[in-house]
Design a protein around this ligand. Structure first.
Ligand SMILES: Nc1ncnc2c1ncn2[C@@H]1O[C@H](COP(=O)(O)OP(=O)(O)OP(=O)(O)O)[C@@H](O)[C@H]1O
Ligand SMILES: [Zn+2]
Length: 704
């Protein structure tokens, strides 16, 4: 007896003939071709999914090659989506693969486009893109499998509108925050110095790592708030408006004069960084930057006596003496902030400077040259893992500042921190370590700084591979419509139970994403006005499919309010003039809070469409939102969140906030019982579950 086997024999045997045949016609969108994406694409191709679109915005980096096995060294700098498709396509000639090099948030990937897929699989690495895809899938009612890994941990979550909770049903934990005073004036841990150093490249506010207002500052000017961006945009390009304003409002004139002086000094450094280099050592931008931030600014802080009453004061660093090896780290009391204050070598015996002082001594001990961490003195240790002396940090600071300055002069307008950009990593390492030395905090190796500054949890190829297999299993349940089999699956750190599953949860009745009623409006945004659109969508309410009829509503695009019953200025403006174009949503909120919200996706008119044809094609039937569930009574057992210190920093581009709290209403018990309100592993908000009753354990760095 002979058996004939083909490439599909095994897949057919496992899946059954019916499902296997169905796969050939299935259209899948895979978003992300990174660690999970590469593994998953291989699985999809080999399982026999017939039509796969793979989309990624990025190009291949050398550091991807250890786990993103569809890529080779020759592919570095090429599009991930294109190379992934080129490599995986030939694994199965029976399937169609469409690679797209692009951002999933681009307007052409609108609701109609999402609706053209039977299934969407996320293999992303950031909260923003995940939330976007979640919303599009909820609107399009296309099943989505969400996933993420963090080191040895991983999670798969199948999501389907009205069947399961969506990605946004549970508010995600906010990223770690640090009080601005700690970062700007009173760091006590290496991470504080690293965050500070990063802020010299990037804005404090925009990456929301620093929270609160520093009480020692009088004004809200960038200088007062510590937003010095040596390599970024000039936050105060418009002049000294903030300070002028503060002066007008009668704030302390002396303090304002001091802030102005600081601002001038800072601008001089920025200018020097952008000016062709000279031989004058005093015009060396690196030296100027050093003297400003590690000497002048620290002296300035020392003059605020109150700040140092209960904590060790920092020591101003001196460029020349570090350079020639004669620098002595001084412990200066707040009232001894004079340049020649009594100094003492920071040897840990002086209580004021004892924190981390042995590590500081290590940095000071230039005779040791480059020191190595740990017991091994193996000369072959990676250079990244060596602790640099103070002088070496100075040299690294100077060298990296020069390299970054050269890039500015070559036309780069802003330089942001990127863990894979050596110049920025060197700068942050050196600047953070120099600041640590000034504050008696232990220094960190370049390797450690890379991990901490990049919020890196090492990626493990095996975790990605397991998760990708599990994604396919959940995808198959969704395709079979075996909804009772759907599971949230977790890879966890438990030898007895490395893999666990939990049944999916119901949607959160007050979710501001999946409880909205979605509709699609095909229109020419240049030819329709806001008022026209809203009135047409509300309809006359005169029978089935004819809408709710006129009522009081507020209208938003994302967080921007466009109109409400007391504000109709925009009603005669076109959608285009209001920036409501293809791919965006108009959100219509019931002013009486009785009916669910309508979210209207803006799509183009179908082609071909006569030029004199209607400017919009309304959804049919018109949206008819159900009554909103009554909010549950507040739960006494849940303490209110503390807003005292760790309030998240306002977003840089903050736009008017919606009047309503979209997901912040009282959350019913069922939500807190939801298994996915669990442990946060990833900066981008991946929520991980261990067991149903486990505490939220965060890798939060303690802040003072
Ligand atoms: N908005 C987006 N549109 C399209 N692709 C995106 C978007 N956001 C992220 N991605 C892609 O998702 C993938 C996530 O993969 P992964 O987590 O392995 O990240 P990586 O950048 O490849 O690796 P690492 O961050 O560890 O260097 C990346 O390839 C990234 O380009
Ligand atoms: Zn939801």
């Amino acid at each position: 007896m002979t058996f004939s086997t083909s490439r599909t024999t095994h897949a057919e045997a496992i899946l059954g003939r019916e499902l296997h045949a169905k796969l050939a016609d299935t259209k899948v969108l895979l978003v992300g071709a990174g660690g999970i994406g590469c593994e998953l694409l291989k699985n999809l191709v080999l399982t026999g999914f017939g039509h796969i679109t793979v989309l990624d915005l990025d190009t291949i980096d050398l550091s991807n090659l250890n786990r993103q096995f569809l890529f080779r060294k020759k592919d570095v700098k090429q599009s991930k989506a294109l190379v992934a498709a080129q490599t995986a396509g030939p694994f199965n000639p029976n399937i169609h693969l469409t690679p797209i090099h692009g951002n999933i948030k681009e307007p052409q990937y609108d609701l109609s486009w999402f609706k053209s897929f039977d299934l969407v699989l996320n293999a992303l690495d950031n909260l923003d893109a995940r939330r976007h895809v979640n919303k599009m899938c909820m609107a399009a009612e296309v099943p989505l499998v969400e996933s993420g890994t963090a080191g040895y941990l991983g999670q798969v979550q199948p999501l389907l509108k009205d069947r399961t909770e969506c990605f946004d049903c549970i508010p995600k934990p906010t990223p770690k925050t640090f009080p601005v005073c700690t970062i700007r004036s009173t760091p006590s841990q290496p991470i504080h110095c690293i965050v500070w150093a990063k802020s010299y490249l990037m804005s404090f506010q925009s990456n929301t790592v620093v929270a609160g207002v520093c009480l020692t500052q009088a004004s809200s000017s960038p200088v007062a708030n510590g937003v010095f961006q040596l390599f970024g945009e000039d936050e105060d390009a418009g002049g000294q408006s903030d300070l002028d304003e503060a002066e007008k409002q009668g704030e302390n004139a002396q303090e304002i004069a001091k802030l102005r002086q600081e601002q001038q000094a800072f601008k001089a450094v920025r200018t020097a960084l952008r000016t062709p280099s000279t031989t004058d050592p005093n015009a060396d931008p690196a030296k100027m930057a050093f003297q400003k931030v590690f000497n002048a600014d620290i002296r300035n802080l020392l003059s605020m006596a109150d700040m140092w009453r209960h904590r060790a004061p920092p020591t101003p660093l001196d460029y020349d003496s570090i350079h020639d090896g004669t620098f002595v780290l001084r412990s200066v009391k707040s009232d001894q902030a004079a340049p020649n204050g009594n100094g003492a070598r920071a040897n840990g015996k002086n209580g004021k400077a004892s924190k981390g002082s042995s590590a500081v001594e290590e940095m000071l001990d230039d005779k040791s040259g480059i020191r190595e961490q740990g017991p091994s003195s193996d000369a072959a240790r990676l250079k990244d893992q060596k602790t640099l002396s103070l002088k070496e940090n100075l040299n690294l600071f100077v060298a990296s500042t020069h390299r970054l300055a050269e890039r500015l002069r070559d036309g780069e307008e802003t330089i942001s921190f990127d863990k894979d950009d050596d110049d920025t990593l060197d700068f942050v390492t050196a600047a953070a370590n120099l600041r640590s030395a000034a504050y008696g905090i232990a220094g960190k190796t370049r390797w450690e700084v890379k991990e901490m500054a990049g919020n890196i949890i090492p990626a493990i190829a095996t975790t990605n591979a397991i998760i990708s297999g599990l994604i396919v299993l959940q995808a198959l349940h969704l395709l079979r419509k075996s909804y009772d089999k759907l599971k949230n699956v977790f890879i966890q750190f438990k030898p007895q139970l490395p893999l666990s599953t939990v049944g999916v949860s119901h949607p959160n009745p007050s979710c501001g994403v999946c409880r909205d009623v979605y509709a699609e409006l095909r229109c020419d945004p240049a030819r329709v006005t806001l008022g026209e659109v809203v009135n047409s969508l509300l309809g006359d309410g005169d029978g089935e499919g004819r809408g709710t009829g006129p009522r009081d509503v507020s209208v938003y695009e994302d967080k921007r309010i466009l109109s409400d019953p007391d504000f109709d200025d925009n009603n005669d403006r076109t959608l285009e003039s209001l920036g409501v174009t293809r791919g965006k949503f108009l959100t219509i909120v019931d002013e009486d809070d009785e009916l669910a919200t309508i979210a209207v996706a803006i799509s183009p008119l179908p082609e071909p469409h006569p030029a004199d044809g209607p400017a919009m094609i309304l959804p049919s039937p018109l949206p008819s939102p159900p009554a909103k569930p009554k909010p549950a009574a507040p739960m006494p057992s849940t303490p209110p969140p503390s807003t005292a210190v760790k309030r998240p920093a306002p977003d840089d581009n903050e736009e008017p906030l919606p009047k309503r709290a979209r997901t912040n209403g009282a959350i019913p018990d069922s939500v807190f019982a939801s298994p996915s309100k669990k442990r946060k592993l990833d900066e981008d908000g991946l929520v991980m579950l261990d067991t149903a009753n486990e505490e939220l354990r965060d890798d939060v760095i303690e802040i003072d």
